[in-house]
Design a protein around this ligand. Structure first.
Ligand code: NAG
Ligand code: NAG
Ligand code: NAG
Length: 346
């Protein structure tokens, strides 16, 4: 039973060790993972530069695949199969966005991102896609800059979207000059990653600091995109940004199995007018509950009450409290997910 596990167990070892045998990890990967580029040489090369088009799902996913691959050795000491790599959270999020139509043009115009049109196209009008750009391109470029990819900083160039190009930096030097804070947070993370004395929890701390800083900057730039969406979907997007801050403070480990299980609680399609949790009939109880909790979180966020982010930060200052939140999380997952229960009680 989860409550009896010592914290080290909850954070890394036993949880995954007991689950490792029960999962075929390739079933947990994002859609089309096998088809996406797994090494830099799978991309086009021009004038000695690798060219990546992040507005094509496979090419953006490939940046994550390379990141997950190149950072594997820093996590390998914990559990085999690279399951404990905390980068998994990012490609799994992108995969969920792709599967649920969130990368498509929200105004449905040119068929970008639709089954009937170019389904691998990522629309620059999609709020989710633009937010994710900052969580894919920037961490990837910062990884190149910190030497993890084994190429020099000027050997990589991203292709611009068809419009609004000034919002998107395309190479290391332009990202550093346009978004110095975000880039320095990712650089700090990679420095700690390469430092053998960093603990798993240290890495989570720097990872989440970079993640939150990225989202905070990007959400300001793309706020107007939310107007393209139904009210429930726009609110869900805003709620999601708030929820991520709470996950960050609790240092949620974005490893493969844990993120996969957590994502079962996210909406399996775009929200439309009339969707009201917990009464969305084609959603599971878990999905309805997660939506409800997210809207609750945003309502209390910044309020002076018990659940405000400030209070949460104070509460989460101790290691013990963070571990209790993780345990609670696990229990919730087990309640809503019978297969998970049978797997983890083995
Ligand atoms: C895992 O799943 C993949 C694809 O579904 C399949 O090719 C592979 O053989 C499976 N591996 C095991 C060990 O079952
Ligand atoms: C990383 O990618 C290389 C080349 O595709 C592959 O040989 C290696 O097994 C991968 N490593 C991990 C940990 O996935
Ligand atoms: C980076 O991109 C900018 C335009 O976004 C360009 O002016 C600059 O030459 C590029 N730098 C390198 C090193 O490729």
């Amino acid at each position: 039973m989860a409550f009896l596990l010592p914290w080290t167990c909850v954070l890394v070892g036993c949880f995954s060790a007991s689950l490792a045998g029960a999962y075929n990890f390739s079933d947990l990967y994002p859609p089309l993972w096998e088809k996406s580029p797994g090494q830099l040489s799978d991309y086009r090369v021009e004038n000695g530069k690798y060219l990546i088009d992040p507005w094509i799902y496979l090419e953006r996913l490939g940046m994550y695949k390379i990141l997950v691959n190149k950072t594997a050795s820093y996590f390998e000491n914990i559990v085999a199969n690279n399951e404990q790599n905390i980068f998994w959270g990012l490609p799994l999020q992108l995969g969920w966005q792709y599967r649920t139509g969130r990368l498509a043009d929200p105004r449905g115009r040119k068929g970008c991102g639709y089954e009937s049109g170019d389904h691998l196209c990522i629309s620059v009008d999609s709020w989710w896609a633009d937010m994710n750009y900052f969580l894919s391109a920037l961490p990837f470029l910062a990884a190149v800059d910190s030497g993890i990819m084994g190429i020099s900083s000027d050997q990589i160039m991203l292709l611009p979207p068809p419009k609004d190009q000034t919002n998107f930096c395309l190479n290391i030097s332009s990202c550093q000059s346009s978004y110095p804070e975000i880039m320095s947070k990712w650089n700090a993370f990679y420095q700690h990653l390469q430092n053998p004395s960093s603990s798993f929890e240290d890495l989570l701390k720097y990872f989440w600091a970079a993640h939150v800083s990225t989202l905070e900057h990007a959400s300001k730039i793309f706020e107007d995109r939310l107007e393209y969406y139904s009210k429930p979907e726009a609110n869900f997007g805003r709620n999601w940004c708030v929820a991520v801050k709470y996950l960050a403070v609790a240092l949620f480990p974005t490893t493969l199995v844990r993120t996969y299980e957590f994502q079962k609680g996210l909406p399996p399609r775009m929200l439309v007018n009339g969707d009201r949790a917990p009464f969305i009939h084609d959603f599971t109880d878990f999905q309805n509950m997660v939506l409800l909790v997210l809207s609750f979180l945003r309502q209390v966020d910044n309020s002076p009450g018990l659940f405000s982010l400030t209070a949460w930060k104070i509460l989460m200052r101790t290691h013990h409290a963070r571990m209790q939140v993780l345990e609670l999380f696990q229990v919730i997952l087990e309640i809503f997910n019978p297969t998970f229960l049978s797997v983890s009680s083995v």
